[in-house]
Design a protein around this ligand. Sequence first.
Ligand code: F0G
Length: 457
Amino acid sequence: MELPFAESWKIKMVEPIKKSTREEREKWLKAANNNVFQLDAEQVYIDLLTDSGTGAMSDRQWGAMMVGDESYAGATSFKLMRATIEKITGFRYVVPTHQGRAAENVLFSVLVKAGDYVPGNSHFDTTKGHIESRKAFAVDCTVDDAKDTQKEVPFKGNVDIQKLDKFLAQKADNVPFIIVTITNNTAGGQPVSMQNLREVREIANKYGKKVVFDSARFAENAYFIKMREKGFENKTIKEICLEMFSYADCMTMSAKKDAIVNMGGFIATNVEDLYDKAKVLGIIYEGYITYGGMNGRDMNAVAVGLDENTEFDNLETRIKQVEYLAQKLDEYGIPYQRPAGGHAIFIDAPKVLTKVPKEEFPAQTLTCELYLEAGIRSCEIGYLLADRDPITRENRFGGLDFVRLAIPRRVYTNNHIDVVAAALKNVFDRREQITHGVKIVWEAELMRHFTVKLERI
Ligand code: F0G
């Protein structure tokens, strides 16, 4: 008999979680203004709000934490982290920051000015925020395939090379760099192929532009390249990573994802002039150049985490768990962004709650229903998150309306995933009875989804 697949780790430490009753959840969700960000963590049974900073560190990472060097300058922990980053990415200059958006803040303070355009593939919200707050524009050049959730293509996160070329032909003078997000979170944790990264590099060279990778989930991207792209089947994840980064000038990193730590980030590059400028701003915003927002122990944990999570077995365990959830949803006929992403499943909410009009936010409604059903916290990546058009102040209903089920790394077992799938099936089975959604009673001007207050209609 063929042996079944199982995790490449075993569990040494556990954290209790608590179930609740539907009655309790009704009360809690109401008090949280129908916004799951406002729930207390202990009111949640299975937390799929994000895979960011929520992973379980390994015994080797915890061990490394104990021998962190907390020296203000020149700490061995920084040198270890820098050496590991160089081994994996090929970049020798490293500016540490406290998380990914801090890396964006430092780097974009150097590179972006008012009136600039930054083309890329579905910029993450904070990336877009750091561009727009500088009165510059994020230009989305993602492939059109990403908009069709039912279309199964291997690299749905790709940059549309023609769109990019066309845009640069018009606006190159005002483009400081091209940004490629690997994997493409907003499009559903979808990977970018090596071929596409190579083509982006060629276009960048044609116009004399820099390429920056937003690398939060670069290791998951490398896994997909190994599994799906011809010519990479026999390469190691670390070999693939080195080639990927050879097409970039610089990277920003949220270590909270693929370095499997709870807090941390960095910028890395081989462009000395860029490093010289970034390190000065790093000092102002983050801290001295050898710790910038991180403790010595945290940098040790990043070093070990990066090394572990660029090994095939660890990535295979993780991505197979996301695929496991996808298989269950296939069984039940629940529509999601296909194929399954690296870090999450993105449910296509308007295809589930067909009776809830877009003005009543189907994905947010489904997020509430899933919480009420089983205490599972997911996250709306849809019409609420899209905010209003800055000029017309109209809601932006043009994009997709997803419920994201982000799977923390090494945290839940497939039994938990079975609960998630069953809860979704129960909601799906009564979808015809869900005819009303939510309405906004208070909202912030920007990034409203975090603090919005909603009422059930
Ligand atoms: N880039 C990408 C692609 C991200 O997904 C995130 C964070 C960031 C940058 C910012 O990093 O949180 O360390 O400041 N994404 C989280 C999420 C919050 O839930 O997807 P950060």
